[in-house]
Design a protein around this ligand. Structure first.
Ligand SMILES: [Zn+2]
Length: 379
């Protein structure tokens, strides 16, 4: 026999893809009656999450909160600390939380249809802003507070003119001038090699991965020289999904937060890395889709379009940000030089890293006051 008969049983099993669009429930300690979860879709039809905290006071300024990639709205609601939503509510604001398509509460992040940050900037954020506007009207101020990739994609929406008229924007960690830690940059190239193998995302929850799997070498790499024995913590704190960067200052997390890191941060899809790599090499936020007319509204280079920014900016960063280094200081300096008419402030939080600016046990005391001061001067 020349051709070997195909043995059906040896065919590789189809990868299981979560097709449900159900969002994982939010984890919070608010009165459930005040949490309004809104059925919400991006402009290309992708189901997202939008949550409004209803205070019963219709005149409050609204604040849109944008999480980082693989995190979720949960990062602003952490029950075990005085979180940003608590602080905003006490200070007279109405928080709105968007779970954009990179949220770990949604199925798309790791297993759904692939996307780039262009999609977030073009479809997700403008849809959320216009929905909020339709609810609050044009007279109430609308602010945005954004973390990490949430801030990076917001910068692309803003410089495209897709979210005009915001009362003020707080960007944590990074904004228009991304600068990654050296080892991160190098390992992103290595991750590209992983992409060619069977790995398409970096998991963080060791319990679901198991001791022996194709991911074992990643966890083993992350565990080298790590001081904490928790594998999930190692791959995040010590290795930032295998990139070698550090996501937070370890002692700033409560034990409870530390033990549920795998709930707060989901697997990182590797297929997003080519876009991130292009952004990193350009040292600015650049559009991925250069020839697809659907993305023509986005500027090819957001920094070159920064003159379109029509809102005051607060650029925040921990002094020890182990992922984006001094990107925010750089962003402030570049904007001040090129666009002196812009209202841009840079505030550094001494001793803080990246995620602990929101998840840290002392964030309400050390970080959120700067946000409230900024919002308060412009409400
Ligand atoms: Zn740890």
């Amino acid at each position: 026999m020349i051709f070997k008969a195909t043995n059906r049983t040896t065919r590789p099993a189809l990868r299981k893809v979560r097709t449900t669009t159900t969002l994982r429930p939010l984890q919070h300690r608010l009165d459930p009656q005040t949490v309004e979860e809104i059925p919400f879709h991006a402009r290309d039809g992708v189901r997202l999450g939008l949550t409004r905290i209803d205070t019963g006071e219709p005149d409050r300024p609204a604040v849109l909160l944008l999480h980082g990639h693989t995190a979720s709205a949960d990062m602003f609601l952490v029950p075990e600390i005085r979180n940003l939503v608590d602080v905003l509510l006490d200070d007279g604001y109405e928080p709105w939380l968007l779970d954009w398509r990179g949220s770990c509460r949604l199925p798309y992040n790791a297993t759904g249809q692939k996307y780039t940050y262009d999609d977030v900037a073009l479809y997700d954020i403008p849809a959320a802003v216009s929905h909020i506007r339709s609810r609050i009207g044009d007279d109430r101020p609308l602010f945005a507070v954004a973390h990490c990739i949430g801030a990076l994609t917001l910068s692309l929406s803003m410089t495209a003119g897709l979210v005009p008229g915001l009362a003020g924007v707080v960007a944590q960690g990074v904004f228009l001038t991304p600068k990654l830690a050296g080892r991160t940059s190098l390992r992103m190239s290595l991750a590209g090699e992983l992409l060619k193998s069977r790995i398409d995302h970096i998991p963080v929850d060791f319990r679901t991965v198991g001791l022996w799997s194709k991911y074992t070498p990643l966890f083993a790499l992350a565990s080298r020289k790590a001081s904490c024995p928790d594998p999930t913590c190692q791959i995040l704190h010590h290795s930032a999904w295998g990139t070698g960067a550090s996501l937070f200052v370890h002692e700033h997390l409560t034990e409870t937060t530390h033990n549920r890191l795998a709930d707060l941060l989901g697997p990182a899809p590797l297929w997003i890395l080519p876009h991130l790599r292009r952004i990193e090499l350009a040292r600015t936020v650049v559009r991925w889709h250069d020839t697809d007319h659907r993305y023509a509204a986005l500027p090819p280079n957001a920094l070159d379009a920064a003159g379109r920014i029509d809102t005051p900016l607060l650029l925040l960063s921990g002094s020890d940000n182990g992922l984006w280094l001094d990107s925010q200081q750089l962003c402030h300096d570049v904007l001040a030089r090129r666009h002196p008419h812009l209202d841009v402030t840079y505030t550094e939080i001494p001793g803080y890293g990246h995620l602990d600016t929101f998840l840290g046990r002392g964030a309400a005391l050390d970080v959120f006051g700067h946000i409230l001061d900024f919002l308060g001067e412009r409400r």
